[in-house]
Design a protein around this ligand. Structure first.
Ligand code: S3P
Length: 168
């Protein structure tokens, strides 16, 4: 198995699924947002506030190049806009975690610290804008994906089982 790259909208559970995949496969894992935050030594929210979205997107492109050239056999979770990097499919097998917008918001709110999880995402601040963004992105996530896994109303265990069967 080469790298697995999890893509999908904010809050769909990319990090949670990645951690379970790591546990079950014994593979190593990286999270693109965490890498960017550690390199910059500041939160994504602060990067957006201080330097704007374009600056952040360039950091994602840089991360994508590094992943392509240096990382193998790893579970990679990404931010919701990472799918735009031009070398996405060169990094590994791309898995889209799919859910409706309503399903995602319900998931975030039902988590411990749900409000905090909403607040840390600058692009989820305005629900109307977030809905538009979701509708724009949903078909593109599908296009970019090698594998599409519907995660709505499914247990973590079943999502992971499905992914592992599909990537065999
Ligand atoms: C973004 C999603 C975020 C983070 C940044 C931008 C997006 O990651 O990368 O706030 O454009 O959808 P999560 O998908 O982990 O929330």
């Amino acid at each position: 198995m080469s790298n697995l790259v999890l893509i999908g909208f904010m809050g769909v559970g990319k990090g949670t699924v990645a951690r379970e995949l790591i546990k079950q496969t014994g593979k190593f894992g990286v999270d693109c947002d965490d890498l960017i935050e550690s390199i910059e030594n500041r939160r994504i929210k602060t990067i957006f506030e201080e330097d704007g979205e374009e600056y952040f997107r360039n950091l994602e492109k840089k991360t994508a190049k590094w992943l392509e050239n240096n990382v193998t056999n790893t579970i990679i979770s990404t931010g919701g806009g990472f799918y735009k990097v031009e070398n996405l499919n060169k990094i590994g097998k791309v898995i889209y975690l799919e859910s409706s917008f309503e399903g995602i918001i319900t998931r975030i709110k039902s988590q411990p610290n749900g409000d905090k999880k909403l607040a840390k995402r600058p692009l989820l601040k305005d629900m109307k804008k977030a809905t538009t963004l979701f509708n724009e992105r949903a078909p593109v996530y599908r296009e970019k994906a090698d594998i599409i896994v519907n995660v709505e109303n499914k247990s973590l265990e079943n999502v992971v089982k499905e992914i592992l069967q599909l990537v065999k």
